[in-house]
Design a protein. Structure first.
Length: 140
């Protein structure tokens, strides 16, 4: 499972599962924590996470490898992060999240190697899409 547009999906086949707005996750003591909304220009100069294999872009914060590490580094005031809105339910009590009005929505995609031939792949993709559709209210 990967997020578009953050990850390079070249040479992969994909199935979109869920499209979400994005939130700024930060320590509750952060200068932007009292806002109800932010915009990307508000984040200029803020350290953002660097994910392995992702393009460098303007992410000049520490490299992170998983969500637990990311949330810990945010709590330590080492960075802030723009993350899919589904993260809200996983936040620690010392973190807050506010909508980023001008952040491009992110799509959770199921990805697998192009031209994969596993007989289990198609049923798995259909099942994942059906579960995602039910979770978002778009299922049949």
């Amino acid at each position: 499972m990967l997020h578009r547009p953050r990850r390079n999906l070249t040479n992969l086949d994909t199935q979109d599962l869920l499209t979400e707005t994005q939130l700024l996750v930060m320590p509750s003591s952060h200068r932007l924590a009292g806002r109800t909304r932010v915009c990307l220009p508000d984040l200029v100069g803020e350290p953002l996470p660097r994910w392995p294999g992702a393009s460098a872009g303007d992410s000049h914060g520490p490299q992170v490898h998983d969500l637990v590490q990311l949330l810990h580094l945010i709590a330590l005031r080492r960075m802030v992060a723009v993350l899919p809105s589904s993260i809200r339910g996983q936040l620690r009590g010392d973190l807050v999240a506010v909508p980023v009005d001008d952040a491009e929505p992110t799509t959770l995609v199921l990805a697998w190697p192009e031209h994969a031939t596993s007989p289990a792949l198609a049923p798995f993709v259909r099942a994942a899409a059906a579960v995602a559709g039910k979770a978002t209210g778009h299922g049949r």
